[in-house]
Design a protein around this ligand. Structure first.
Ligand code: NDP
Length: 475
Protein backbone atom coordinates (compact mmCIF):
# COMPACT_ATOMS: atom_id res chain seq x y z
CA UNK A 1 0.00 0.00 0.00
CA UNK A 2 1.23 3.49 -0.87
CA UNK A 3 2.40 5.73 1.96
CA UNK A 4 0.14 8.60 3.02
CA UNK A 5 1.22 12.10 1.89
CA UNK A 6 1.91 14.66 4.60
CA UNK A 7 3.03 18.28 5.03
CA UNK A 8 6.56 18.90 6.32
CA UNK A 9 5.12 18.76 9.85
CA UNK A 10 3.72 15.30 9.21
CA UNK A 11 0.09 16.43 8.94
CA UNK A 12 -1.85 14.18 6.56
CA UNK A 13 -2.79 15.67 3.18
CA UNK A 14 -6.39 14.88 2.26
CA UNK A 15 -6.46 16.41 -1.23
CA UNK A 16 -3.40 17.25 -3.34
CA UNK A 17 -5.39 18.11 -6.50
CA UNK A 18 -7.90 20.81 -5.51
CA UNK A 19 -7.20 24.11 -3.73
CA UNK A 20 -9.54 25.34 -0.99
CA UNK A 21 -11.87 27.95 -2.51
CA UNK A 22 -14.92 29.96 -1.49
CA UNK A 23 -17.46 28.32 -3.76
CA UNK A 24 -16.44 26.25 -6.79
CA UNK A 25 -15.74 29.36 -8.91
CA UNK A 26 -14.61 31.55 -6.01
CA UNK A 27 -11.24 32.86 -4.78
CA UNK A 28 -8.82 30.82 -2.67
CA UNK A 29 -8.81 30.84 1.13
CA UNK A 30 -5.71 31.95 3.08
CA UNK A 31 -6.05 28.94 5.34
CA UNK A 32 -5.09 26.50 2.55
CA UNK A 33 -1.73 25.89 4.22
CA UNK A 34 -0.89 22.91 1.99
CA UNK A 35 -1.01 25.18 -1.05
CA UNK A 36 1.02 27.91 0.70
CA UNK A 37 3.63 25.38 1.78
CA UNK A 38 3.93 23.95 -1.75
CA UNK A 39 4.41 27.36 -3.36
CA UNK A 40 6.77 28.57 -0.64
CA UNK A 41 8.93 25.46 -0.98
CA UNK A 42 9.02 25.79 -4.75
CA UNK A 43 10.37 29.33 -4.36
CA UNK A 44 13.21 27.89 -2.30
CA UNK A 45 14.10 24.89 -4.50
CA UNK A 46 17.34 26.40 -5.81
CA UNK A 47 20.38 27.31 -3.79
CA UNK A 48 22.75 29.88 -5.33
CA UNK A 49 24.83 28.25 -8.03
CA UNK A 50 28.57 28.01 -7.49
CA UNK A 51 30.37 31.20 -8.58
CA UNK A 52 32.81 28.95 -10.45
CA UNK A 53 32.44 25.28 -11.45
CA UNK A 54 28.63 25.68 -11.51
CA UNK A 55 27.93 22.92 -14.07
CA UNK A 56 28.97 19.50 -12.87
CA UNK A 57 28.49 15.74 -12.89
CA UNK A 58 29.54 13.28 -10.23
CA UNK A 59 29.71 9.68 -9.12
CA UNK A 60 30.65 7.56 -6.13
CA UNK A 61 33.58 5.17 -6.31
CA UNK A 62 36.49 3.52 -4.58
CA UNK A 63 40.13 4.39 -4.09
CA UNK A 64 42.30 1.29 -3.76
CA UNK A 65 45.94 1.51 -2.69
CA UNK A 66 48.15 -1.17 -4.30
CA UNK A 67 51.64 0.07 -3.42
CA UNK A 68 53.50 0.74 -0.20
CA UNK A 69 54.21 4.46 0.26
CA UNK A 70 54.35 4.27 4.07
CA UNK A 71 57.89 5.71 4.03
CA UNK A 72 56.26 8.98 2.95
CA UNK A 73 52.93 8.98 4.78
CA UNK A 74 51.14 7.55 7.77
CA UNK A 75 47.70 8.45 6.34
CA UNK A 76 45.48 5.37 6.71
CA UNK A 77 43.75 6.15 3.39
CA UNK A 78 47.12 5.78 1.60
CA UNK A 79 48.28 2.48 3.14
CA UNK A 80 48.68 -0.56 0.88
CA UNK A 81 45.49 -2.66 0.73
CA UNK A 82 43.23 0.17 1.92
CA UNK A 83 39.94 0.74 0.04
CA UNK A 84 38.07 3.98 0.61
CA UNK A 85 34.65 5.08 -0.62
CA UNK A 86 34.78 8.41 -2.40
CA UNK A 87 32.79 10.92 -4.44
CA UNK A 88 34.17 12.69 -7.51
CA UNK A 89 32.55 15.78 -9.03
CA UNK A 90 33.68 16.90 -12.47
CA UNK A 91 32.76 20.31 -13.81
CA UNK A 92 33.41 23.06 -16.28
CA UNK A 93 34.61 26.33 -14.74
CA UNK A 94 33.09 29.37 -16.41
CA UNK A 95 29.64 28.26 -17.62
CA UNK A 96 26.49 28.58 -15.52
CA UNK A 97 24.44 25.57 -14.38
CA UNK A 98 22.69 25.34 -17.74
CA UNK A 99 25.82 25.73 -19.86
CA UNK A 100 26.78 23.09 -22.42
CA UNK A 101 29.34 20.48 -21.36
CA UNK A 102 31.35 20.42 -24.61
CA UNK A 103 32.96 23.83 -24.21
CA UNK A 104 36.64 24.78 -24.27
CA UNK A 105 37.36 25.20 -20.57
CA UNK A 106 39.33 23.70 -17.73
CA UNK A 107 37.54 20.75 -16.08
CA UNK A 108 37.20 20.55 -12.29
CA UNK A 109 38.20 17.22 -10.72
CA UNK A 110 37.05 17.42 -7.08
CA UNK A 111 37.37 14.35 -4.88
CA UNK A 112 36.06 13.62 -1.41
CA UNK A 113 37.46 10.52 0.30
CA UNK A 114 35.39 9.33 3.28
CA UNK A 115 38.38 8.00 5.27
CA UNK A 116 38.59 6.35 8.71
CA UNK A 117 40.36 9.51 9.90
CA UNK A 118 37.83 12.06 8.60
CA UNK A 119 37.26 13.47 5.14
CA UNK A 120 40.15 14.09 2.78
CA UNK A 121 39.19 16.43 -0.08
CA UNK A 122 41.50 16.78 -3.05
CA UNK A 123 40.00 19.57 -5.13
CA UNK A 124 41.85 19.54 -8.44
CA UNK A 125 41.51 20.14 -12.15
CA UNK A 126 42.30 18.27 -15.38
CA UNK A 127 45.36 20.53 -15.70
CA UNK A 128 48.51 20.33 -13.57
CA UNK A 129 48.86 24.13 -13.41
CA UNK A 130 46.68 27.26 -13.15
CA UNK A 131 46.44 30.74 -14.73
CA UNK A 132 47.70 32.68 -11.71
CA UNK A 133 50.00 32.13 -8.74
CA UNK A 134 48.75 34.81 -6.33
CA UNK A 135 45.19 34.59 -4.94
CA UNK A 136 44.90 38.41 -5.01
CA UNK A 137 44.26 37.95 -8.71
CA UNK A 138 41.59 35.25 -8.50
CA UNK A 139 38.39 37.37 -8.35
CA UNK A 140 39.67 39.55 -11.24
CA UNK A 141 40.58 36.52 -13.31
CA UNK A 142 37.14 34.97 -12.78
CA UNK A 143 35.42 38.24 -13.74
CA UNK A 144 37.13 37.96 -17.15
CA UNK A 145 35.72 34.46 -17.62
CA UNK A 146 32.15 35.39 -16.68
CA UNK A 147 29.71 37.77 -18.40
CA UNK A 148 30.41 41.42 -19.22
CA UNK A 149 28.35 43.61 -16.85
CA UNK A 150 26.86 45.68 -19.71
CA UNK A 151 26.43 43.26 -22.59
CA UNK A 152 25.81 40.14 -20.46
CA UNK A 153 27.99 38.34 -23.04
CA UNK A 154 31.20 36.41 -22.46
CA UNK A 155 34.11 38.64 -23.48
CA UNK A 156 37.12 37.38 -25.44
CA UNK A 157 38.57 40.86 -25.02
CA UNK A 158 38.46 40.66 -21.22
CA UNK A 159 40.03 37.18 -21.22
CA UNK A 160 42.97 38.10 -23.48
CA UNK A 161 43.40 41.52 -21.89
CA UNK A 162 43.92 39.86 -18.51
CA UNK A 163 46.09 37.02 -19.86
CA UNK A 164 48.30 39.31 -21.94
CA UNK A 165 48.88 41.45 -18.84
CA UNK A 166 49.60 38.34 -16.71
CA UNK A 167 52.47 36.36 -18.27
CA UNK A 168 52.23 33.72 -15.52
CA UNK A 169 49.06 32.53 -17.31
CA UNK A 170 50.97 31.39 -20.45
CA UNK A 171 51.42 27.79 -19.34
CA UNK A 172 47.74 27.22 -18.55
CA UNK A 173 46.60 29.22 -21.60
CA UNK A 174 48.71 26.91 -23.79
CA UNK A 175 47.09 23.83 -22.22
CA UNK A 176 43.58 25.32 -22.50
CA UNK A 177 44.06 26.22 -26.16
CA UNK A 178 45.69 22.86 -26.98
CA UNK A 179 43.78 19.78 -28.13
CA UNK A 180 43.30 18.85 -24.43
CA UNK A 181 41.30 22.03 -23.75
CA UNK A 182 38.08 20.46 -25.04
CA UNK A 183 37.66 16.90 -23.73
CA UNK A 184 35.08 14.48 -25.15
CA UNK A 185 33.87 13.64 -21.65
CA UNK A 186 34.83 13.39 -18.03
CA UNK A 187 36.00 9.78 -18.35
CA UNK A 188 38.67 10.90 -20.81
CA UNK A 189 40.61 13.40 -18.71
CA UNK A 190 43.46 13.16 -16.23
CA UNK A 191 43.03 14.67 -12.77
CA UNK A 192 45.74 16.64 -10.97
CA UNK A 193 45.86 17.84 -7.36
CA UNK A 194 47.73 20.71 -9.08
CA UNK A 195 49.06 22.30 -5.87
CA UNK A 196 52.04 20.97 -4.01
CA UNK A 197 50.87 19.25 -0.82
CA UNK A 198 52.90 17.42 1.81
CA UNK A 199 53.00 13.88 3.16
CA UNK A 200 54.07 13.16 6.74
CA UNK A 201 55.32 9.74 7.87
CA UNK A 202 55.15 8.08 11.28
CA UNK A 203 58.58 9.54 12.15
CA UNK A 204 57.20 13.05 11.65
CA UNK A 205 59.19 13.59 8.41
CA UNK A 206 57.58 15.78 5.75
CA UNK A 207 57.91 15.20 1.98
CA UNK A 208 56.44 17.56 -0.63
CA UNK A 209 54.04 15.82 -3.04
CA UNK A 210 52.03 16.26 -6.26
CA UNK A 211 48.98 14.03 -6.83
CA UNK A 212 48.12 12.68 -10.32
CA UNK A 213 45.18 10.60 -11.60
CA UNK A 214 45.80 9.27 -15.12
CA UNK A 215 42.74 8.15 -17.08
CA UNK A 216 42.66 4.49 -18.11
CA UNK A 217 40.03 5.34 -20.75
CA UNK A 218 42.59 7.35 -22.77
CA UNK A 219 42.64 11.10 -23.39
CA UNK A 220 39.97 11.98 -25.98
CA UNK A 221 39.22 15.46 -27.26
CA UNK A 222 36.90 17.27 -29.64
CA UNK A 223 37.98 19.86 -32.17
CA UNK A 224 36.05 23.14 -31.96
CA UNK A 225 34.02 22.09 -35.03
CA UNK A 226 33.12 18.67 -33.58
CA UNK A 227 32.10 20.28 -30.28
CA UNK A 228 29.74 22.74 -31.99
CA UNK A 229 27.96 19.82 -33.59
CA UNK A 230 27.76 17.94 -30.28
CA UNK A 231 26.39 20.98 -28.42
CA UNK A 232 23.76 21.43 -31.15
CA UNK A 233 22.44 17.95 -30.36
CA UNK A 234 23.12 17.54 -26.62
CA UNK A 235 24.19 20.09 -24.06
CA UNK A 236 24.79 17.40 -21.43
CA UNK A 237 27.25 15.26 -23.43
CA UNK A 238 29.70 14.70 -20.54
CA UNK A 239 26.93 14.07 -17.99
CA UNK A 240 25.28 11.55 -20.31
CA UNK A 241 28.55 9.77 -21.11
CA UNK A 242 29.50 9.42 -17.42
CA UNK A 243 26.01 8.46 -16.22
CA UNK A 244 25.33 5.93 -18.97
CA UNK A 245 28.70 4.22 -18.78
CA UNK A 246 28.32 3.70 -15.01
CA UNK A 247 24.67 2.58 -15.43
CA UNK A 248 25.75 -0.20 -17.82
CA UNK A 249 28.59 -1.35 -15.54
CA UNK A 250 31.44 0.12 -17.60
CA UNK A 251 33.22 1.70 -14.62
CA UNK A 252 35.82 4.38 -15.44
CA UNK A 253 39.21 4.07 -13.75
CA UNK A 254 42.24 6.24 -13.12
CA UNK A 255 45.78 5.24 -12.09
CA UNK A 256 46.71 7.11 -8.92
CA UNK A 257 50.35 8.29 -8.89
CA UNK A 258 52.46 10.78 -6.96
CA UNK A 259 55.65 12.76 -7.45
CA UNK A 260 57.71 13.55 -4.35
CA UNK A 261 60.35 16.15 -3.48
CA UNK A 262 62.43 16.30 -0.29
CA UNK A 263 62.76 19.59 1.57
CA UNK A 264 66.44 19.64 0.54
CA UNK A 265 65.46 19.24 -3.13
CA UNK A 266 62.82 21.97 -2.75
CA UNK A 267 65.43 24.39 -1.39
CA UNK A 268 67.70 23.71 -4.39
CA UNK A 269 64.96 23.56 -7.04
CA UNK A 270 65.66 26.06 -9.87
CA UNK A 271 62.01 27.15 -9.83
CA UNK A 272 59.62 27.67 -6.92
CA UNK A 273 58.12 24.19 -6.36
CA UNK A 274 55.15 25.82 -4.58
CA UNK A 275 54.19 27.91 -7.63
CA UNK A 276 50.86 26.74 -9.10
CA UNK A 277 51.89 27.80 -12.63
CA UNK A 278 54.71 25.21 -12.66
CA UNK A 279 54.84 21.42 -12.99
CA UNK A 280 57.58 19.22 -11.61
CA UNK A 281 59.31 17.69 -14.68
CA UNK A 282 58.83 13.92 -14.75
CA UNK A 283 62.50 13.26 -15.56
CA UNK A 284 63.59 14.97 -12.32
CA UNK A 285 60.67 13.85 -10.16
CA UNK A 286 59.52 10.47 -11.51
CA UNK A 287 55.97 9.23 -11.12
CA UNK A 288 55.41 6.71 -8.31
CA UNK A 289 52.51 4.25 -8.58
CA UNK A 290 50.10 4.31 -5.65
CA UNK A 291 46.77 2.75 -6.64
CA UNK A 292 43.61 2.87 -8.69
CA UNK A 293 40.44 4.94 -8.46
CA UNK A 294 37.20 3.55 -9.90
CA UNK A 295 33.80 5.23 -10.25
CA UNK A 296 31.06 2.66 -9.88
CA UNK A 297 27.83 4.21 -8.55
CA UNK A 298 25.67 7.00 -9.92
CA UNK A 299 24.15 9.49 -7.47
CA UNK A 300 20.50 8.79 -6.61
CA UNK A 301 19.53 12.47 -6.48
CA UNK A 302 21.34 15.19 -8.40
CA UNK A 303 20.44 18.07 -6.09
CA UNK A 304 20.99 16.34 -2.76
CA UNK A 305 24.28 14.77 -3.73
CA UNK A 306 25.91 16.62 -6.65
CA UNK A 307 24.62 20.15 -6.13
CA UNK A 308 25.09 20.09 -2.36
CA UNK A 309 28.48 18.36 -2.49
CA UNK A 310 30.95 20.76 -0.90
CA UNK A 311 34.65 20.17 -1.35
CA UNK A 312 37.42 22.05 0.42
CA UNK A 313 41.21 21.71 0.37
CA UNK A 314 41.00 22.52 4.11
CA UNK A 315 39.94 18.90 4.66
CA UNK A 316 43.11 16.89 5.20
CA UNK A 317 43.84 13.83 7.36
CA UNK A 318 46.88 12.96 9.55
CA UNK A 319 49.78 12.19 7.18
CA UNK A 320 48.58 14.58 4.43
CA UNK A 321 48.99 18.34 4.69
CA UNK A 322 49.44 21.60 2.79
CA UNK A 323 52.41 23.53 1.45
CA UNK A 324 53.36 27.21 1.21
CA UNK A 325 51.63 27.45 -2.22
CA UNK A 326 49.89 30.84 -1.92
CA UNK A 327 46.90 29.74 -4.02
CA UNK A 328 46.39 26.68 -1.81
CA UNK A 329 46.63 28.81 1.33
CA UNK A 330 43.81 31.05 0.05
CA UNK A 331 41.64 28.12 -1.02
CA UNK A 332 41.86 26.68 2.52
CA UNK A 333 39.77 29.71 3.56
CA UNK A 334 37.69 30.51 0.50
CA UNK A 335 36.23 27.08 -0.30
CA UNK A 336 34.79 26.38 3.15
CA UNK A 337 33.58 29.99 3.29
CA UNK A 338 31.79 29.60 -0.08
CA UNK A 339 29.93 26.53 1.22
CA UNK A 340 28.87 28.20 4.47
CA UNK A 341 27.30 30.93 2.33
CA UNK A 342 25.94 28.83 -0.55
CA UNK A 343 24.74 25.66 1.16
CA UNK A 344 24.55 26.82 4.78
CA UNK A 345 26.50 27.03 8.01
CA UNK A 346 26.10 23.33 8.72
CA UNK A 347 26.79 22.04 5.18
CA UNK A 348 29.04 19.31 6.54
CA UNK A 349 26.09 17.72 8.38
CA UNK A 350 24.45 16.88 5.03
CA UNK A 351 24.75 13.17 4.14
CA UNK A 352 26.92 13.81 1.03
CA UNK A 353 29.45 15.86 3.02
CA UNK A 354 29.27 14.07 6.35
CA UNK A 355 32.41 12.16 7.40
CA UNK A 356 32.06 8.50 8.42
CA UNK A 357 33.81 9.27 11.72
CA UNK A 358 32.20 10.84 14.78
CA UNK A 359 32.33 14.65 14.73
CA UNK A 360 33.01 16.44 18.04
CA UNK A 361 33.25 20.23 17.87
CA UNK A 362 32.19 22.96 20.27
CA UNK A 363 30.50 25.04 17.55
CA UNK A 364 27.04 26.06 18.68
CA UNK A 365 23.65 26.83 17.19
CA UNK A 366 23.46 28.48 13.75
CA UNK A 367 20.76 28.18 11.10
CA UNK A 368 19.57 24.69 10.17
CA UNK A 369 21.59 22.97 12.89
CA UNK A 370 20.02 19.52 12.73
CA UNK A 371 22.43 17.71 15.06
CA UNK A 372 20.61 15.90 17.87
CA UNK A 373 21.12 18.12 20.94
CA UNK A 374 23.17 16.32 23.61
CA UNK A 375 22.23 16.84 27.21
CA UNK A 376 25.62 17.92 28.53
CA UNK A 377 27.38 20.48 30.67
CA UNK A 378 30.43 20.23 28.37
CA UNK A 379 29.52 22.96 25.89
CA UNK A 380 32.85 24.84 26.05
CA UNK A 381 36.45 23.72 26.21
CA UNK A 382 38.35 23.03 28.46
CA UNK A 383 35.68 21.67 30.79
CA UNK A 384 35.37 19.35 33.78
CA UNK A 385 32.40 17.40 32.41
CA UNK A 386 33.97 14.77 30.13
CA UNK A 387 33.74 16.68 26.85
CA UNK A 388 35.87 15.88 23.79
CA UNK A 389 39.55 16.84 24.17
CA UNK A 390 42.46 17.59 21.85
CA UNK A 391 45.12 14.96 21.10
CA UNK A 392 48.60 16.48 20.96
CA UNK A 393 50.01 13.40 19.19
CA UNK A 394 48.26 14.74 16.06
CA UNK A 395 50.05 18.10 16.04
CA UNK A 396 51.98 18.37 12.76
CA UNK A 397 55.78 18.64 12.75
CA UNK A 398 56.97 22.25 12.27
CA UNK A 399 57.73 23.58 8.79
CA UNK A 400 60.32 26.25 8.09
CA UNK A 401 59.37 29.77 7.08
CA UNK A 402 61.70 32.69 6.53
CA UNK A 403 61.87 36.26 5.34
CA UNK A 404 60.31 39.59 6.19
CA UNK A 405 56.59 40.24 5.81
CA UNK A 406 56.25 42.12 2.50
CA UNK A 407 54.21 42.19 -0.72
CA UNK A 408 56.87 40.44 -2.82
CA UNK A 409 56.50 40.86 -6.60
CA UNK A 410 55.64 37.32 -7.68
CA UNK A 411 56.76 38.06 -11.26
CA UNK A 412 60.26 39.17 -10.33
CA UNK A 413 62.87 36.65 -11.50
CA UNK A 414 60.18 34.15 -12.50
CA UNK A 415 60.59 32.20 -15.72
CA UNK A 416 57.11 32.03 -17.23
CA UNK A 417 58.30 30.75 -20.60
CA UNK A 418 60.40 27.55 -20.22
CA UNK A 419 57.59 25.23 -19.13
CA UNK A 420 55.09 26.34 -21.81
CA UNK A 421 58.01 25.95 -24.25
CA UNK A 422 58.60 22.36 -23.05
CA UNK A 423 54.93 21.64 -23.69
CA UNK A 424 54.96 23.33 -27.10
CA UNK A 425 58.01 21.26 -28.09
CA UNK A 426 56.13 18.05 -27.17
CA UNK A 427 53.29 18.82 -29.59
CA UNK A 428 53.07 17.17 -33.00
CA UNK A 429 52.60 19.39 -36.08
CA UNK A 430 48.89 18.64 -36.06
CA UNK A 431 48.59 19.54 -32.34
CA UNK A 432 50.44 22.81 -32.99
CA UNK A 433 48.10 23.60 -35.90
CA UNK A 434 45.10 23.01 -33.60
CA UNK A 435 46.68 25.23 -30.93
CA UNK A 436 47.11 28.11 -33.40
CA UNK A 437 43.61 27.81 -34.80
CA UNK A 438 41.98 27.46 -31.35
CA UNK A 439 43.75 30.64 -30.24
CA UNK A 440 42.66 32.47 -33.39
CA UNK A 441 39.04 31.36 -32.76
CA UNK A 442 39.22 32.51 -29.15
CA UNK A 443 40.66 35.89 -30.19
CA UNK A 444 37.63 36.69 -32.33
CA UNK A 445 36.73 40.36 -31.84
CA UNK A 446 39.75 41.15 -29.63
CA UNK A 447 41.38 44.55 -30.40
CA UNK A 448 44.75 44.39 -32.18
CA UNK A 449 46.60 46.06 -29.32
CA UNK A 450 45.66 43.19 -26.97
CA UNK A 451 46.29 40.49 -29.60
CA UNK A 452 49.76 41.90 -30.29
CA UNK A 453 50.61 42.09 -26.58
CA UNK A 454 49.71 38.39 -26.27
CA UNK A 455 51.59 37.40 -29.44
CA UNK A 456 54.69 39.10 -28.00
CA UNK A 457 54.39 36.72 -25.02
CA UNK A 458 53.98 33.70 -27.35
CA UNK A 459 57.16 34.88 -29.10
CA UNK A 460 59.08 34.58 -25.83
CA UNK A 461 57.87 30.97 -25.58
CA UNK A 462 58.85 30.11 -29.18
CA UNK A 463 58.99 32.08 -32.40
CA UNK A 464 57.12 29.27 -34.17
CA UNK A 465 54.29 29.68 -31.59
CA UNK A 466 53.95 33.42 -32.31
CA UNK A 467 54.20 32.96 -36.08
CA UNK A 468 51.66 30.15 -36.06
CA UNK A 469 49.12 32.31 -34.20
CA UNK A 470 49.81 35.30 -36.48
CA UNK A 471 49.18 33.15 -39.54
CA UNK A 472 45.99 31.64 -38.10
CA UNK A 473 44.76 35.19 -37.46
CA UNK A 474 45.50 36.06 -41.11
CA UNK A 475 48.18 38.58 -40.14
P1 NDP B 1 57.14 14.61 -20.09
O1 NDP B 1 57.44 14.41 -21.54
O2 NDP B 1 57.71 13.64 -19.11
O3 NDP B 1 55.57 14.67 -19.85
C1 NDP B 1 54.77 15.44 -20.67
C2 NDP B 1 53.38 15.45 -20.07
O4 NDP B 1 52.59 16.31 -20.84
C3 NDP B 1 52.70 14.12 -20.04
O5 NDP B 1 52.20 13.95 -18.73
C4 NDP B 1 51.54 14.26 -21.03
O6 NDP B 1 50.41 13.60 -20.57
C5 NDP B 1 51.31 15.75 -20.95
N1 NDP B 1 50.71 16.38 -22.13
C6 NDP B 1 50.86 16.11 -23.42
N2 NDP B 1 50.13 16.96 -24.18
C7 NDP B 1 49.51 17.79 -23.32
C8 NDP B 1 48.61 18.88 -23.46
N3 NDP B 1 48.22 19.30 -24.65
N4 NDP B 1 48.16 19.48 -22.35
C9 NDP B 1 48.57 19.08 -21.12
N5 NDP B 1 49.42 18.07 -20.93
C10 NDP B 1 49.87 17.43 -22.01
O7 NDP B 1 57.60 16.11 -19.78
P2 NDP B 1 57.83 16.98 -18.47
O8 NDP B 1 57.41 16.33 -17.21
O9 NDP B 1 59.23 17.46 -18.53
O10 NDP B 1 56.86 18.19 -18.76
C11 NDP B 1 56.92 18.89 -19.99
C12 NDP B 1 55.66 19.67 -20.13
O11 NDP B 1 54.57 18.74 -20.13
C13 NDP B 1 55.40 20.59 -18.94
O12 NDP B 1 56.00 21.84 -19.10
C14 NDP B 1 53.91 20.65 -18.92
O13 NDP B 1 53.45 21.65 -19.79
C15 NDP B 1 53.45 19.31 -19.48
N6 NDP B 1 52.96 18.41 -18.42
C16 NDP B 1 53.79 18.01 -17.42
C17 NDP B 1 53.28 17.34 -16.35
C18 NDP B 1 54.14 17.01 -15.18
O14 NDP B 1 53.58 16.77 -14.10
N7 NDP B 1 55.45 16.96 -15.34
C19 NDP B 1 51.86 16.94 -16.27
C20 NDP B 1 51.10 17.32 -17.43
C21 NDP B 1 51.65 18.08 -18.43
P3 NDP B 1 50.13 12.02 -20.92
O15 NDP B 1 51.28 11.28 -20.33
O16 NDP B 1 48.84 11.74 -20.24
O17 NDP B 1 50.07 11.96 -22.42
Amino acid sequence: MAKIMTTTAGNIVGDNQNSLSAGSRGPLLMQDYQLLEKLAHQNRERVPERVVHAKGSAAFGTLTINHDISKYTKAKVLQKGEQTRMFLRFSTVAGERGAADAERDVRGFAMKFYTKEGNWDLVGNNTPVFFIRDPQKFPDFIHTQKRHPRTNLRSNTAAWDFWSLSPESLHQVTILMSDRGLPVGYRNINGYGSHTYSLINDKGERTWVKFHFKTKQGIKNYTNAQASEVVGKCRESSQRDLYESIEKGDFPKWDFQIQVMSDEQAKNCPFNPFDLTKVWPHADYPMIDVGVMELNENPANYFAQVEQASFSPSNVVPGISWSPDKMLQARIFSYADAHRYRVGTHYEMLPINKPIVEVNTYHMDGSMNFAEPKSTDAYYEPNSFGGAVEDKSYVEPPFGVNGDGYRYDHREGNDDFSQPRALFMLMSDSQKAQLFSNIADAMDGVPDEIRNRQIALFEQVHIEYANGVRKALGK
